[in-house]
Design a protein around this ligand. Sequence first.
Ligand code: FRU
Length: 493
Amino acid sequence: MISKLLQQARDYEREKRQEVRPEERPCYHVTGSRGWINDPNGFSFYKGEYHLFYQYYPYANEWGPMHWGHSVSRDLITWEYRPAVMAPDKDYDNAGCFSGSALEINDGRHLIMYTGVGKVMDADGKELHYQTQCIATGDGTDYEKYSGNPVLTAKDLPEGGSPVDFRDPKIWRDENGKFYAVAANATEDGNSSILLFESADGFDWHFANVLDSSTKELGGMWECPDFFELDGKHLLTVSPMEMMPQGLKYHVGHCTLCISGTYDKETHSFRREVVQPIDSGIDFYAPQTMETPDGRRVMIAWMQAWSNSRFVPRGVKYFGQLTVPRELSFRDGKLIQKPVRELETYRRDPVRYDQVEISEETSLEGIRGRVLDMTVRIQADGKFEEFLMKVACGEGYYTSVSYDPKKEALCIDRSHSGYMYDIVHRREFQVSPLNGEVTLRCLLDRFSMEIFINDGSQTATVTYFTPQEADGITFSAQGKATVSIEKYNLSFE
Ligand code: FRU
């Protein structure tokens, strides 16, 4: 049975989606039908298709009572809309269906585990919100909330855990079919813990252990945890809300972290070893991963950040995009991210330049466009003081990427990128050359750039909203920089 609230959202999105012309959306990055989206949810492979849900408020370009929107794909690159699957229509989730995850269970149903936010009034008439974990099952189109909801509540929390901030379950099964989930939980001391739960059937859940906890310098509340094994290590990814800056490694506020370590499956204990940022750009938060049928670990994230999201550029008819899905590996203590290989089948019209000397601002024949896959290799030979690349350039607009070899720092600056608000416009972070080069693989879509640096060992993501006619790309250097370029248009016709 579809509730009135969900039916209303489905009718609204179907009608309003038509008002957005295809060219007003990105070509290969997911957006909501209409209105607002944030975190990716329920990223999974089910019945021959990739399913991607997201935090969704169809009625406005701002965060509101959370629904779950839905898109599907066969190749992780081109996506189709499906009707929204959940609305905040139960007493345990009437303030929102918050983030969660999904997988297939033995009887063939698709099981979603999500956070229900329920509001209650206290004796003084004050509204209180409590977060619990809930289940819904479905067939890839329609989902029914479980009659036994909520399945994890305040009584399942370890001592000191807050029932107000208890959210974002990420579910998986081990090789024996047993279910596990990690969820984030604020603690009395202002920090948070990542809790591990277990279940034999996906419906009846029990607390197992605390996997890791935040301390002030690595953020207060950790949101959207994920936990998986990759190339012989266990990785815990989290999105801290109140990060302290640390040199050029971490910026203040919302961040994303990859914590690698060792995990003892018997005692369910995780020992932290290395902590690193996941993306050092401006617009990246709340990543979630899944395993593809051919065994790749693929991650997708909200291509936005909370601090910038209150300002929607004029004329934009939806708000929030998701990143390109990224294949992960773990090498020499580093998280490596690459765009999923399926993207390569959309490459057209190769243009190559080998060892070009750059000093004055230059544009190169065949190197322009807003939807492309371009790799720029900069020789770190000590012959220049700054290398500067501008993309989405024209009509007074551009987004720049500069490299300072002395400081070994890369800087992204979008202050001329159509966002006429005093939000975060600039991010600088440490990048050391790899084998004598700094390599930037830049994926451009109409309103964004994702940069995969030095073979994906660092990434930086930025969004911008400028007229598509601003499609120039220029290079310049103080001194002489030698660069090689390989560029493809990405075509989805
Ligand atoms: C992260 C987050 C989650 C929460 C959701 C609400 O961006 O705050 O912790 O479930 O967004 O929309």
